[in-house]
Ligand binder design. Structure first.
Ligand code: WTA
Length: 624
């Protein structure tokens, strides 16, 4: 099937596209780009609406099926606190929110900033935007207000949807109140809608509107706007190698179909697409936050578009007890469980096995995403959660790719702990040496994809040049992932990690330049360098080397990072150093800092402009 799909890409995607209820059929599956832009046009002249594809289309024949089960952090077995929506109820709610957004001036192409905790409203708002053609710009609620504001302003958002606050690990955090006066007064922002989630009142401006009264008074029907295949669906900001986060643009048909097709084939999910099969509900639990791509593709869009039942948990997966997620798996008879290596490392590192209490009988397939999973953690997941019975799909992909590039296929391909398996259908991966020649089996190189696919990003918002420069020019005719990998003799791929200055901390992505730019803003900082070192739980931890003045302390830096970027970006350690090692052209040599920190042999200092610094750096690290 893979061979056929690569050799006949268009006919393969033509057959997959039958999963979408088109409003107007497309004329061509794929049109080659005129310039060397790789992506081309997908499903030209087709019309569809993502909210219709995901939710409304199920209402007529499956309206009573459960679409979404939301579980509060405050829920316990004896005192449940949940909200359950059937497909019909979800569709009605989306329509009401869409009508309200429309009344607030949102129309086709309007960017809507979404800054909400993990409550049903975050999914409902994303789909309500889609329903009337608005472009959702969702920011992780764990990010600081400064971070969210920058992204919303960069995206040209006109309407912002947020909440008074949320709950995480038994504590309340505030959202609306933390937005700055300057942001609220910015003329490009016309309305700020606040969902009352934790009953926290806040001083309002004339731009503020409460969610509750307005949404509940709206009509329960809203026509779905017919969107062109290539109309934008959302922008999602992610970190790259330079300072500014980039707004990754995904469009409607290609993205949605790719997310659906990958989820269906990799996990072996039928959902409501094959109602003639014996009717067994597929219950999907994904621990990713909706603010990340995994939360977009495999929480808001594909699971509903396939017609599964989605379990959404409000809090941290290990709160109020480490086995919280396991309790939900048994309670809701979850069939497909998707999570990240960081969480599994946390759970497996605890010697008292939490898993013994649970039957996990309902589970069929397990999956991980976001970072390489080490074979020990993989085996723990397989034996203790999957009871040596459920395949694990180690899914490799990126914000930019929309859906999986590499993954095993559950129940079909051989599993190798630590490998992401082979390519998804129609994906043609290549491992290149720096000079562009192909690496031999077992040889490390740079992972590229040689054919486009429907879910690939279309652009970086307002910076198309950066898109072509960073992803398409390095190996002309190929998409460059930025990751290092090797292929084994069976053709299975093993991801080593980023080949660029991107750091992954607990699956969250940061660029070294972004971290350094934030630290450098602090008044008593002259300059700084960020490096990553391995961390047993988080994958990587951030270490900052700072050239400071006056009596600056490491807590000043940590507090500043927390305020500006959010707590996930707080460095584990801060070293104050007299200077940073640099090349003659002024480039910071981060590799040398890592060598010093890890007490590794330093191979080469002759390229440094300041080789005498090395001894002083050793001393600073020792003194700390
Ligand atoms: C890394 C997350 C190893 C990789 C969906 C990639 C992985 C970056 C895996 C994208 C995996 C993602 N094994 N590494 N299964 N999945 N990565 O945009 O370095 O947050 O380039 O998307 O995560 O991170 P992003």
């Amino acid at each position: 099937m893979w061979k056929h799909s690569v050799e006949n890409m268009e006919s393969f995607w033509d057959s997959q596209a039958q999963m979408i209820p088109w409003m107007t059929p497309y004329k061509t599956v794929w049109e080659k780009p005129l310039a060397d832009d790789f992506v081309g046009t997908w499903f030209d002249q087709g019309k569809l609406n993502a909210a219709h594809v995901c939710v409304d289309r199920w209402v007529q024949n499956h309206g009573d099926e459960t679409a979404l089960i939301w579980v509060s952090e405050e829920d316990t077995d004896s005192s449940p606190k949940t909200r359950v929506f059937s497909y019909r109820e979800l569709s009605t709610y989306i329509s009401q929110v869409a009508n309200f957004l429309h009344a607030c001036g949102v129309k086709k192409g309007t960017r809507v900033g979404i800054w909400l905790p993990m409550i049903p409203e975050v999914i409902v708002t994303q789909l309500a935007c889609a329903k009337i053609g608005g472009v959702a710009v969702t920011v992780f609620s764990g990010f600081s207000a400064t971070n969210a504001e920058q992204r919303f302003l960069n995206a040209g958002c006109e309407v912002i949807i947020t909440a008074d606050g949320g709950r995480r690990r038994g504590k309340e955090f505030l959202l609306r109140e933390t937005l700055s006066k300057e942001f609220l007064e910015n003329p490009s922002i016309s309305k700020v809608i606040t969902y009352n989630n934790i009953s926290r009142s806040c001083k309002t401006t004339e731009k503020d509107l409460p969610w509750h009264e307005n949404v509940s008074s709206m009509p329960t029907e809203c026509p779905a706007e017919p969107m062109d295949s290539e109309d934008p669906l959302f922008l999602l900001y992610t970190s790259g190698t330079t300072g500014k986060p980039k707004g990754i643009l995904h469009t409607t048909a290609g993205y949605l179909l790719y997310a659906m097709s990958t989820m269906k084939h990799v996990w072996g999910i039928n959902g409501l697409l094959s109602p003639q099969l014996p009717h067994e509900r597929e219950v999907w639990l994904n621990t990713a936050d909706v603010g990340w791509i995994t939360g977009h593709s495999y929480l808001t869009y594909a699971p509903f578009a396939l017609g599964t039942t989605v379990v959404l948990y409000e809090g941290a997966p290990t709160y109020p007890a480490p086995d919280r997620i396991f309790q939900l798996i048994d309670r809701y008879k979850v069939t497909h469980f998707y999570t990240c290596p960081t969480l599994l490392r946390q759970l497996s590192s605890d010697t008292a096995s939490y898993t013994k209490k649970y039957s996990f009988d309902s589970l069929k397939v397990l999956g991980t995403v976001g970072e390489p999973i080490d074979p020990t953690t993989w085996r723990w997941f397989f034996e203790h959660v999957g009871k040596s019975r459920c395949p694990i799909v180690d899914t490799y992909w990126q914000t930019e790719t929309g859906g999986y590039l590499l993954s095993p296929f559950a129940g079909t391909t051989t599993l190798k702990p630590g490998s992401c398996g082979g390519p998804f259908l129609s994906i043609d991966p290549k491992i290149f040496r720096e000079d562009g020649s192909e690496a031999s089996p077992g040889e490390k190189g740079l992972l590229c994809i040689s054919k486009p696919w429907p879910g690939i990003m279309r652009s970086i918002f307002q910076d198309h040049d950066r898109f072509t420069r960073e992803y398409l020019k390095r190996f002309p005719g190929h998409y460059f992932t930025g990751d290092e990998a090797y292929k084994d003799v069976d053709g299975d791929i093993w991801i080593i990690g980023r080949a660029d200055d991107v750091i992954k901390v607990s699956g969250h992505r940061f660029g070294t330049a972004e971290l350094e730019a934030t630290v450098n803003e602090f008044p008593d900082v002259v300059e700084s360098a960020a490096i990553a070192i391995r961390d047993e739980i988080k994958g990587h931890a951030i270490i900052m080397f700072v050239v400071g003045k006056n009596s600056i302390q490491s807590n000043d830096i940590k507090d500043h990072m927390k305020k500006k970027l959010g707590s996930v970006a707080v460095p584990d350690r801060v070293y104050f150093v007299p200077d940073l090692p640099k090349t003659r052209s002024g480039k910071i040599v981060r590799r040398l800092l890592r060598n010093i920190l890890l007490k590794e042999q330093i191979s080469e200092t002759s390229t440094l402009i300041n080789p005498e610094l090395v001894e002083l750096l050793y001393q600073s690290v020792r003194d700390e």
